[in-house]
Design a binder for this molecule. Structure first.
Ligand code: PGA
Length: 249
């Protein structure tokens, strides 16, 4: 049984001041640490201040993206080592918005995963099919391809540091959640795929999060599924109240 993980992906939301206020309220909502791993992923500019704000608490800090190179002439980019220094323990890699809006393919995502692991960041590796792909009956093929190419050259130890998030693209920010059964089916197939390649122990210990219109209303039925170990929450992670209710599902 994997310890549940609730991660909030703030995307391009919240100033430094808003991030500090959010973390303060989140801390005070849980005088004793919840029995979940709680992660917030602010934008780059708020990471340093958020790192100060979460210090000594149950909250872990994630970035939303990184560049795969260690350093160099990559204007506008941020390396894994910089994220570590800023206080991050986690980084989201391969989010569908990175894939579709910023042209990141499986190969690039693979290099980002290796770069993150190389500096000791735990990647939250996102996979998921679009509506067209699902309707064309290509869901399995697409997710399997994302896993196969994305995880190329990762060792079994690397898998021990990895978190996978299944986020069907048609469910992100649309209010359309995958049903618990639909999500469970994919989560189970991801775990089976990992078991075949890396062995049953790694597969059993792997946290597989669901993402896509998770709310305080649907979190409990999603978490009741045997292969859903947590949630990657976008919109509903922006208000302290709804994020607290998701954590306390
Ligand atoms: P959403 O976003 O919860 O707003 O659908 C999820 C995500 O993109 O990680």
């Amino acid at each position: 049984m994997v310890r549940p993980i609730i991660a909030g992906n703030w995307k391009m939301h919240k100033t430094v001041a808003e991030a500090i206020a959010f973390v303060a309220q989140l801390r005070s909502a849980f005088p004793t640490a919840p029995d979940r791993e709680v992660i917030v992923a602010p934008p780059f500019t708020a990471l340093g201040a958020a790192a100060e704000a979460v210090r000594g608490s149950f909250i872990r800090l994630s970035a939303q993206n990184l560049h795969e190179a260690e350093k160099g002439a990559y204007t506008g980019e941020i390396s894994g080592a910089m994220l570590r220094e800023a206080g991050c323990t986690h980084v989201i890699v391969g989010h569908s918005e990175r894939r579709t809006l910023f042209g990141e393919g499986n190969d690039r995502i693979n290099r980002k995963l290796l770069a993150a692991l190389g500096v000791g960041l735990r990647p939250i590796f996102c996979v998921g099919e679009s509506l067209g792909e699902r309707e064309a009956g290509r869901r399995e093929e697409v997710v399997a391809g994302q896993l196969k190419e994305g995880l190329n050259n990762l060792t079994a130890d690397d898998i021990g540091s990895l978190i996978i998030a299944y986020e069907p693209v048609w469910a992100i920010g649309t209010g359309k959640t995958a049903t618990p059964d639909q999500a469970e089916e994919v989560h189970r197939s991801i775990r089976e795929w990992i078991a075949r390649l890396y062995g049953p122990k790694r597969a059993a210990d792997l946290a597989i999060l669901y993402g896509g219109s998770v709310t305080p209303k649907n979190i409990a039925e999603l978490m009741a599924q045997p292969d859903i170990d947590g949630a990657l929450v976008g919109g509903a992670s922006l208000e302290v109240d709804s994020f607290v209710r998701i954590i306390g599902y």
